[in-house]
Ligand binder design. Structure first.
Ligand SMILES: Cc1cc2nc3c(=O)[nH]c(=O)nc-3n(C[C@H](O)[C@H](O)[C@H](O)COP(=O)(O)O)c2cc1C
Length: 323
């Protein structure tokens, strides 16, 4: 399980940083792999409303969103934005990232492509501000709600703190540690106890990616899906993106990973190999070898056949897990 934090305060040693770090440390106790993006130190331009995303599914602005933030948002099982209140909303830096998530909104609502992890992904908002008015978090909460919808996450809660102003105020809050422990325990319940299945292939650009996407779609509540390649490619095969899009499945922003990187999320219970039967893995893991052909250099019709065969095998595998 991968938990992504988006730290939105520009201040060093901020209250937000404390709150988010506490949250991530608690998540690690449940076996989560965590990553915090220090949003204010990234190059993220505000949305310029080119609307390219609504027509073509990508944003033409060249900054850290394309190579880094969209892939992280896609990889995340849980997304945790954290911010101080600045004029009744999140900071401008975090808001720029949120506005740019319009690309993911457009892929889902305009281009009708479904992100395979959408059903399982959850969002949780963290925020604090100096004053005590009852409306302090109204703007933040609405922004969080629509951000989570754009990135394909179910809004699963928030922790908001009033009268936090100076450095150290959050750390001195008497209830924050208990609040975070309770919230994280509840939030991560659906992710614990799932069987970890690693789909291992040669380049992690076609077979492994297709299998992982179908496994997330069909069995995300039972399986923690991992995928990696022995010699990972730079990008997913564009024909794979095309044939999956024909079925309404969004493969955008997925990046091939090595097997070592894939298993950083934990030891798999089962490994399905596709053209890399010689890989070394944990001895306890059950192993299945699928004799699917390597599609590198093949035409689109061959990749359609591969897609359909992989879908069938994943479906059978999930049925077997139930029995
Ligand atoms: C530009 C700016 C705008 C702010 N706007 C608000 C506000 O609207 N309401 C509020 O209660 N606090 C406001 N604050 C106070 C911060 O939310 C508060 O100091 C917070 O604890 C800072 O968090 P940090 O340490 O994580 O940066 C503002 C602070 C700044 C610098």
């Amino acid at each position: 399980m991968f938990v992504l934090g988006l730290q939105g305060s520009p201040r060093k040693k901020s209250n937000t940083e404390f709150l988010l770090s506490l949250f991530m440390t608690e998540a690690q106790k449940y076996g989560a792999q965590t990553h915090i993006v220090d949003v204010c130190r990234k190059h993220i331009e505000p949305c310029k409303e080119f609307t390219t995303c609504e027509r073509k599914g990508f944003c033409p602005i060249k900054d850290d969103m394309g190579p880094e933030i969209y892939p992280l948002l896609r990889k995340a099982d849980v997304v945790v934005p954290a911010s101080p209140v600045f004029f009744y909303n999140v900071t401008a830096q975090l808001k720029a990232l949120i506005d740019r998530s319009q690309t993911l909104w457009a892929r889902n609502y305009r281009l009708k492509l479904t992100d395979p992890n959408r059903r399982m992904r959850r969002g949780f908002m963290l925020c604090q501000g100096a004053t005590k008015g009852k409306n302090l978090f109204l703007g933040v909460d609405l922004t969080a709600k629509y951000f989570f919808d754009a990135v394909g996450a179910q809004y699963s809660g928030s922790l908001y703190y009033w009268q936090i102003e100076h450095r150290g105020d959050m750390a001195r809050h008497p209830g924050v540690r208990d609040d975070v422990a309770a919230a994280v325990g509840e939030l991560l319940k659906p992710y614990t106890g799932r069987k970890k299945i690693l789909f291992a292939s040669r380049r992690n650009a076609a077979r492994g990616q297709i299998a992982a996407a179908f496994a997330q779609l069909m069995g995300g509540d039972k399986i923690e899906v991992m995928c990696g390649g022995k010699d990972p490619a730079d990008k997913v095969d564009p024909l794979v993106e095309d044939v999956m899009a024909e079925k309404g499945i969004d493969m955008g922003f997925r990046i091939p990973a090595s097997i070592e990187a894939a298993v950083e999320a934990g030891c798999p219970d089962m490994i399905v190999t596709m053209g890399c039967d010689d890989i070394e893995t944990t001895p306890d893991a059950a192993r299945i070898a699928w004799d699917l052909p390597d599609p590198e250099g093949e035409d689109i019709d061959s990749i359609r056949i591969l897609r359909d065969e992989t879908e069938k095998r994943v479906s059978e595998l999930i049925d077997q897990l139930d029995t």
